[in-house]
Write a protein that binds this ligand. Sequence first.
Ligand code: PLP
Length: 429
Amino acid sequence: MSLLDRHRAVMPAWMPVYYGDDALEIVSGSGRRVTDANGRSYLDFFGGVLTTMIGYDIAEISDAVRAQVATGVAHTSTLYLIRRQVELAEKIARVSGIPDARVFFTNSGSEANESALLFATNARRSNQILAIKSGYHGRTFATMAVTGHRSWSSSSLSPLVVHWLAAPDRLRGRMAGMSDGDLLDAAVDDLREVLATVTAGDVAGLIAEPIQGVGGFVSGPDGLLGAYRKVLAEHGILLIADEVQTGWGRTGDHFWGHQAHGVVPDLITFAKGIGNGFALGGVVGRAEIMNAVPATSFSTFGGNPVSAAAGNAVLDYVLSHDLQENARRVGALLIEGLRNLPYGILADVRGRGLMIGLEFVRSGTTEPDPAVTTRVFDLCRRNGLLVGKGGLYGNVLRMGPPLTLTEPEAREGLAILTDAIATADAESR
Ligand code: PLP
């Protein structure tokens, strides 16, 4: 029996695998490349799922993890002091920009958001949360409730009362075609209307991704979260920035995605890239909110010595190699190359730094075309490039390569993408 058949026999039916009957097993990696079980090499423009933020087999990270494992202590639980965890918390508090910050570690982004929702609802003594349509925040009970995609959400069984704000989508929906200024005004009007009409006034917080990840790398104009924040402040409503995809310099212009919005959130959640593959997530936020949970609470494995060793090495690497600047420079090269492509199926090239989305439509329309998207995705893989898929309608190719991506690698990926899009475009006519 093949590995895929064995997978299907023991996994739940809803577990996704890319490439269907042709699913890949990745067996090794180096730099920005991985090798599959058949010995084929691929350039990875998705970095796991934006998790392999530095790259594969990076000596500084492997050495830090090996050194921790060599002590014989992989885990002691958070009941004891963990030097690497404290060091990492100090660094994250420093880069957070939040005064008097506290840090709570988890193993994943879902737990990080679940925790942030717990802190905010307890601090404000309210279970009402504002969330943005098309957003994705995780697969636990509360995080699925604030996830605005039918296919990823379970909001009908919500433990929270969730109020939805319109997605800041320039291509479709009620904000389609708006200028940045009009979109900002419409978003603020929407927030005011929701607060006035469907809430009981005691909302705990707004949770928002600075750039929607799973939603297809949709972002409102710069300043959107800042504009929301002014209204939220009138009501004492907290702002939770979900930086699980956008943090640590990925967006190039800024260290955090929310900085493009001129705002300092009350709580920031993080995961994915900070462990470069080791399970690590968490929340950094204002002490008075982080301290609001009445019961003693910790995550058994959150910030464990091995993940914390990896996290320290990752953050040191990002800062000492100025990967934010690399993301800005190499990302700009990619975005420019993609924006020059003259194909009718490619309706939008968007993103920042090394977080880039391509939206595909039926040529000459704005109708989402998931089939053509899958075709481009498959052609890329066939030619040695791994990318991601997403978007509310499954018609966005997503790229989030390691922040160490070099210019030659960017050009190599661009050539494969160009070829794939040209082929899919010709076939679609
Ligand atoms: N938040 C965002 C923005 C994400 O993209 C994800 C995962 O894709 C999560 C939260 C959940 O993180 P995890 O899958 O580590 O639980």
